[in-house]
Design a protein around this ligand. Structure first.
Ligand SMILES: *Cc1c(COP(=O)(O)O)cnc(C)c1O
Length: 366
């Protein structure tokens, strides 16, 4: 049997689906033929079985332990990606008769607004689009609605590489956050939020499952006539097992949670992430050959976006980097340039190797 480590792995800087911990991939490979004590693969086992119940219960318990999620919050594993949450959030929460506030700091926040507008009145409390989404709004730029149904923001804009260092100031009502690309990259005070959602395929595991953390009292807001699958009450009541859940993705995310616990939890992750991103930004700032996209005070620890002196050089960089074993560095077409996604599972050795590559590239092309 070949194990993952015997096969050559490149440094995967993809924004998502993205790199996963090697030990998790190896365990999945071992378990794929037959789960120990079960005699069946997780791909084959019934979602109503004791074996799967143990897997999902453990994943929920580990998420609670990692982020200190209180008992009055539900931890749900849903389908349809974070994009479905763009609709489910307003369908369930935009029922108070008041507008919903959206703080837009990048492409994903804009998409969330588009869907919310189909459901109810939206107040864009701030948008930095005119500045090409390079920075966060200053507190005095936030035009929040008193008594808003909820306030939505995106903790990390994956495409622009703009990340909130904490929650926006001055929010009084229900805070809702799309944390798809930085969930569990650092400690999070769940009690400040009404609802948190994250597609798993950036920082939590493979594609196919979305983590939703939802405060219990918000369930009262869902309208009676809402389609069953779009109603959070359905999934809260049935503990994510109303219909067949994405069993394999939940199992894989559970293994990532165990990996996080074994590596010191979210505080330790944050320290490592700061060190990894810090090295990369220091290199970007070193001479002026590279230029960061995001303003310094809101630079993402997960998605490092930067430019080179010309598009020709950017193209050359991506091509030569790929040949040297650095995959996925091309920036999103809407921003251009380069993007190095360095999620929790991205090895620090890969950052160090990229730094060396960048220095050499600058030396020969600068
Ligand atoms: C990738 C991403 C999404 C979309 O996720 P899907 O699971 O593909 O629907 C939404 N928000 C953010 C911040 C993302 O990074």
């Amino acid at each position: 049997m070949t194990t993952g480590t015997q096969v050559h792995r490149v440094f995967n800087f993809s924004a998502g689906p993205a790199v996963m911990p090697e030990s998790v991939l190896e365990q999945m490979q071992r378990d794929l033929f037959a789960l120990p004590g079960v005699g069946m693969s997780v791909l084959e086992v019934s979602h109503r079985s004791k074996a799967f119940q143990a897997i999902i219960d453990q994943a929920v318990a580990d998420a609670r332990e990692l982020a200190g999620i209180p008992e009055n919050y539900h931890v749900l594993f849903l389908q349809g990606g974070a994009s479905t949450q763009f609709s489910m959030v307003p369908m369930n929460l935009h029922t108070t008769g008041m507008p919903a506030d959206y703080i837009v700091t990048g492409t994903w926040g804009k998409k969330a607004v588009k869907e919310a507008k189909r459901v109810g009145e939206v107040n864009v409390a701030a948008t930095l689009e005119a500045e090409n989404f390079k920075r966060l709004p200053r507190p005095e730029e936030l035009k929040l609605t008193r008594g808003a149904a909820y306030v939505h923001f995106t903790s990390n804009e994956t495409i622009q590489g703009v990340e909130w260092p904490g929650e926006p100031e001055g929010v009084e009502g229900t805070l809702v956050c799309d944390t798809s690309s930085d969930m569990f990259s650092r400690p999070i005070d769940v009690t400040k939020y009404g609802l948190i959602y994250a597609g798993a395929q950036k920082n939590l595991g493979p594609a196919g499952v979305t983590l939703v953390i939802l405060r219990d009292d918000l369930l009262l807001r869902s309208p009676e006539g809402l389609a069953t699958m779009f109603n959070y009450n359905t999934h809260a009541k049935e503990k994510s097992l109303y219909n067949t859940p994405p069993c394999f993705a939940i199992y894989a995310v559970g293994l990532v949670f165990q990996w996080l616990k074994a590596h010191g939890g979210l505080a330790a992750m944050e320290a490592t992430n700061q060190r990894k991103a810090g090295k990369l930004y220091a290199e970007i700032d070193r001479t002026g050959f590279f230029r960061g996209h995001a303003a310094k005070e809101c630079r993402s620890l997960m998605n490092v976006t930067f430019r080179l002196p010309s598009e020709e050089l950017e193209e050359k960089f991506v091509k030569e980097a790929k040949a040297a074993g650095f995959d996925g560095l091309k920036g999103h077409r809407s921003v251009g340039g380069l993007r190095a996604s360095i999620y929790n599972a991205f090895p620090e050795a890969g950052v160090d190797a990229l730094l060396e590559f960048m220095r050499e590239f600058e030396r020969t092309n600068g």
